[in-house]
Design a protein around this ligand. Sequence first.
Ligand code: ACM
Ligand code: ZN
Length: 311
Amino acid sequence: HEKCMRVIPEIDTPGHAVSMIAAYPFLSCFNRKLAVATSWGVKHDVLCVGKESTFDFMEGVFDELCEVFTDGVIHLGGDETPTTRWKICPHCQKRMKDEGLKDESELHTYYLQRLSAYLEKKGIEARMWNDRKKERMVASSVAWQLWNGDMNENEAAEEINKGRKFIISDVNHYYLDLPYGHVNLKSVYEYDPVFKGVKKENEKNIIGIEACLWTEFVPDIKKAHYCTYPRLGAISETAWTNKENRNYTRFCENLGTYYRLLHYFGIEGATVKEANPKGLRKLLSRVYWERRKLCWDGLHNIIDNYTVTKK
Ligand code: ACM
Ligand code: ZN
């Protein structure tokens, strides 16, 4: 607060948690001994939501985290969680039965609801990604972070109008790791995080935006700078300035000052031309990015899932 900043840590579970399982195999459904993932993508081994030990463990993690991060907000993650293991895990199935949950999607929500309630008791506000919250079991005080098409803008607007707080991180505008061929500077500048359907009196429920720089495909700081600037300048204006007061031509005219400031700090961003690629340049930028899909472990998952089922 001294520096007018709040630091919000995110411990992403029950998905995206292979490294936790690698260290503590009992956290997974079948006590699997896995290596820390070295490739990008959504993994099928997620935390077991049936075992009580998972909750004991997570509560311990949060107790310790609260000692380090004292700003009162913790992000629980909660995105991209396949239910492959839960469907065949006796602990998870028992939990669903005991709690009267109708499917694994509700089990996912049960997990997030329980952890956010634990944080609330400690006076900590929980945040989570928007994935699979349609059951509306998560307390209305928990802010959701909107990133993908799992919930479209109409559905989000409906929730916002009902009073839920949102943070906007639209993948097609605010993901800095996506290539300029996919998310160009102009489209970012012209995006309105206060989208159609949000009533004027409820705009305050959009409490902010977050630009994400995921680094699986950002090998060094030079690439990080290239992806981030000048796009972050455009993103900042979408957050600070109402749409009617924004003007892309004016923004570009003022970029000289922005680049001078960046250069002063030794930062080499993309040029405006590079940030708005056209034709072949745009195509190549997208092809280069789409090659990431080769790392999605499709075949590996099929074989691995078969091994688990056969146990
Ligand atoms: C996300 O990109 N899975 C939040
Ligand atoms: Zn399980």
